[in-house]
Design a protein. Structure first.
Length: 439
């Protein structure tokens, strides 16, 4: 059925343009056709196919694009509340490994992934980049119609395991199927956990297939810098304990960025996750390579990695996206929560810049920029309404300052988005004609 709906609200927040007070957004057939302010005509509507044009006034809400979570580990969702915050990352990993050894049943993992997807959607997440070791998430994301890039993560430090690990992982993603809206890719875990041979194999394979880039955790903890520069420290001890030490490996005595550069890993659009320890010179290299930094601020605090160098991120001009990381190192899957942490650390950054990290930049990072990440004609109508107190003057500032889940609703205009709605709709009656269909 051909529906056209025009939603009016106190604020329209396109992100790629200034917010519009008392604006509207016109949606037809699940696409945004026009955005305007009171008095403008929705010229973009398809005149050849007259539609029941439903006018709805949502009142004191901000309408904005669905958010992009550019780094999660849905398979770790069963670890929620089980791995406490730690003063250093190796200590956090030790706790995590201890709990993981105790184990969870496959059923528990699957049901916790399902719940986590629902939770992410209820926090306004429209698409995500998920790291998967067992490939539990793709089918569940597909069932839920959430757009995602799922990175099948491989690790293993001894070089001898690289060919078999790579071949097995490659076969698994072939079997799982790579089709919209779930894209499957390979990713190495991190420079301290993955052999150079494996990192190079993944990079070469992606390049040979003309694939969009891969992702890696990089420069997360100071221990990683120590490991790459001296071959010693907490990560070296942990590799020994786990029987993963590689006697033939010699530390490159370089930074993580230079090390991965030598391995041919940085390609345009590669996701460099965390980057807490990156120097300005390394960031300049990543910016020149057109890499995207994915910052996960609350996780950085949780695991004891520290505060990311946000000022240097911005100064070097690198593209930045935002992720929550897993529920083993984050209290929830709210990208709004990450934005609030970033705002506390960087009070002088324009609010629109922060919002763009969680929307348009995230969409670009996932290869979805034509469809998601902004309110603009042609993009899919995966839009949120966030309830506001009356009289808000700076709506973008409000949105990056902490949003309660109870104030977030998906706009189910003409084509119902299947996500759950958190909280009730604002109680403003529809203003004209018949109400839009509701799920
Ligand atoms: Zn991660």
């Amino acid at each position: 059925m051909n529906h056209a709906t025009r939603l009016h609200a106190a604020w329209i927040v396109p992100v790629i343009a200034p917010p519009i007070r008392n604006g509207w957004i016109a949606i037809q057939d699940d696409r945004i056709v026009a955005v305007g302010e009171q008095g403008d005509r929705p010229a973009g509507l398809d005149a050849a196919r007259p539609a029941p044009f439903v006018e709805r006034d949502l009142g004191d809400v901000a309408i904005l694009p669905g958010l992009i979570n550019a780094h999660t580990h849905l398979e770790l969702s069963w670890l929620r509340h089980r791995v406490p915050p730690a003063p250093s990352m190796p200590q956090w990993v030790q706790s995590l490994l201890a709990v993981r050894t105790a184990g969870a049943t496959g059923e528990h993992v699957e049901s916790s992934v399902e719940a986590a997807i629902d939770e992410a959607v209820s926090w306004g997440t429209v698409a995500m980049a998920d790291i998967a070791n067992e490939l539990v998430s793709p089918a569940l994301l597909r069932r839920r119609a959430v757009d995602a890039v799922v990175f099948h993560e491989i690790l293993g430090f001894p070089g001898r395991v690289a060919p078999a690990r790579f071949a097995a992982a490659r076969a698994r993603i072939e079997t799982a199927g790579d089709a919209s809206p779930i894209r499957l890719r390979l990713a190495p875990h991190a420079p301290y956990s993955t052999s150079p041979a494996l990192i190079r194999a993944i990079a070469d394979d992606a390049a040979a297939r003309g694939w969009p880039p891969t992702a890696i955790h990089v420069a997360e903890s100071a221990d990683e810098l120590q490991f790459l520069s001296t071959g010693e420290g907490a990560w070296a001890s942990m590799l020994s304990t786990l029987g993963m030490r590689e006697p033939s490996w010699h530390p490159p005595a370089t930074s993580p960025v230079a090390y991965l550069e030598d391995l041919g890993f940085w390609r345009p659009g590669t996701l460099a996750v965390h980057g807490v320890q990156l120097t300005r010179a390394e960031l300049d290299t990543l910016a020149a390579r057109d890499v995207t930094i994915v910052t996960c601020p609350r996780s950085n605090v949780w695991v004891g990695a520290g505060r990311p160098p946000l000022e240097a991120f911005v100064a070097c001009g690198v593209r930045i996206a935002v992720g929550t990381d897993s529920l083993a190192s984050s209290p929830d899957l709210s990208v709004f929560g990450e934005l609030a942490q970033l705002r506390r650390w960087a009070p002088d950054l324009p609010a629109r810049t922060l919002l763009s990290w969680a929307t348009v930049n995230g969409a670009r990072a996932l290869g979805l920029e034509a469809d998601l990440g902004a309110l603009a004609p042609g993009r899919r109508a995966r839009v949120l309404a966030v309830r506001l107190p009356p009289g808000v003057q700076d709506v973008e500032e409000m949105l990056v300052s902490g949003i309660s889940g109870a104030d977030i609703a998906w706009v189910d205009s003409a084509n119902p988005w299947p996500g759950p709605r958190v909280g009730a709709w604002p109680s403003r009656p529809d203003t004209a004609q018949s109400p839009a269909p509701r799920p």
